[in-house]
Design a protein around this ligand. Structure first.
Ligand code: NCD
Length: 362
């Protein structure tokens, strides 16, 4: 069964197709108003969300479908200790498609293996968030008319910011992309993103702590919130939370056609004075998120008609007693029944990664 767990589950052509459909929906919403009549979307949100859950629900309702919803872990059987796999099997009996957000990394992938309906990852811990990436790609495309040949700055919490991980992953498949990573040392991009994406794909990138110095060369500036809920050490959060605040004066040296994106919610990373600047695109991005989720629901329901295979047949997937995933936020560390599976991603250096959360195994 086709699911979307990470952007790499779709080819570039499929992503381009989603953007094309989303543009058509924006221009002719009436054509799609009954496309999902009689279909049910389940939204399972075990972690707070405003935009993502409402955007999925608005998307399904705009397609003529219906929505059933769990909006917090406390309100579901997860609070009684039900596993993600059992929840996914249960929901498969009620709905035609589900969107899941969960604090544990790899949770949506576990759900996709258990479910008999398409699963959409609406954010798994600090790991990935592919439907935000769909919104981001749509916005970049609408603003720039292309997804190639761009210098993209990512600023803020690059360690825990799952939207950053998913977008860099997606951009790695386009040509002429330069990535500028702007963060404090403590919030650098995780090691697996360098090993598995930036270095492996030979992307051009640089790292800096200086937003103002990086500004002049950027076509896109992707601001992010410091992810308070993922810090084990709240003192560290307090120290880092105001590392970057974008104010109008910092845009003095920016390109006139810079596009400023932010997945939202904003805490104080972007001064509200910037909201009326034509370069501010973050609220347009919200609308793009709904349109792309409409296109995605249509695609996955269409694919589900023809595809009964199990999700992601991965070559070389191995249960190895000699390897351990040490990521305490990984679902395999928390749910006892989950098989510890590893994939070798670099034979030369004998690097193995946890199949669920991608952290390097020890
Ligand atoms: C992001 C998320 O949930 O990761 N928000 C969103 O989906 N729009 C970013 C964030 O919470 O900072």
């Amino acid at each position: 069964m086709r699911s979307l767990i990470d952007t790499v589950d779709f080819s570039i052509e499929e992503l381009d197709d989603l953007i094309r459909v989303a543009c058509d929906i924006a221009d002719h919403p009436e054509k799609y108003a009954h496309a999902c009549d009689g279909k049910i979307l389940a939204t399972l949100f075990f972690e707070p969300s405003t935009r993502t859950r409402l955007s999925f629900e608005a998307a399904m309702l705009s397609l003529g479908g219906n929505v059933i919803s769990v909006s917090s872990a406390g309100a579901s059987s997860a609070a009684k200790g039900e596993s993600v796999a059992d929840t996914a099997k249960t929901v498969s009996c009620y709905a035609d498609i589900m969107a899941m957000r969960h604090p544990l990394e790899g949770a949506a992938l576990v759900a996709a293996h258990a479910a008999s309906i398409p699963v959409i990852n609406a954010g798994d811990g600090g790991h990935c968030h592919p439907t935000q990436t769909l919104a981001d790609l749509y916005t970049i495309y609408r603003e720039k008319g292309r997804l190639n040949n761009l210098t993209v700055g990512f600023c803020g919490d690059l360690k825990y910011g799952r939207t950053v991980h998913s977008l860099i992953n997606a951009l790695s498949r386009y040509t002429g992309i330069k990535v500028v990573l702007i963060s404090p040392e403590e919030l650098r991009l995780p090691e697996y993103m360098f090993a598995e994406v930036l270095d492996k794909k030979g992307m051009t990138y640089e790292e800096t702590t200086d937003l103002v110095a990086a500004m002049p060369e950027l076509d896109i500036l992707y601001m992010t919130r410091v992810q308070r809920e993922r810090f084990a050490d709240q003192e560290q959060y307090q120290r880092l939370k105001d590392s970057y605040i974008l104010t109008l004066d910092k845009l003095d040296t920016a390109k006139a056609d810079l596009a400023i994106l932010h997945p939202l919610p904003r805490v104080n990373e972007i001064s509200v004075a910037i909201d009326n600047d034509p370069r501010a695109c973050y609220f347009k991005q919200v609308l793009g998120g709904k349109l792309m989720r409409m296109a995605l629901i249509l695609k996955l329901l269409e694919d589900a008609k023809n595809d009964y295979q199990s999700f992601r047949v991965v070559d070389g997937l191995i249960h190895k007693d000699t390897k351990t995933c040490r990521n305490g936020r990984c679902i395999c560390q928390v749910e006892q029944e989950i098989e510890h599976l590893f994939v070798q991603t670099d034979a030369e250096n004998d690097v193995w990664r946890c199949y669920w959360c991608e952290t390097q195994a020890e």
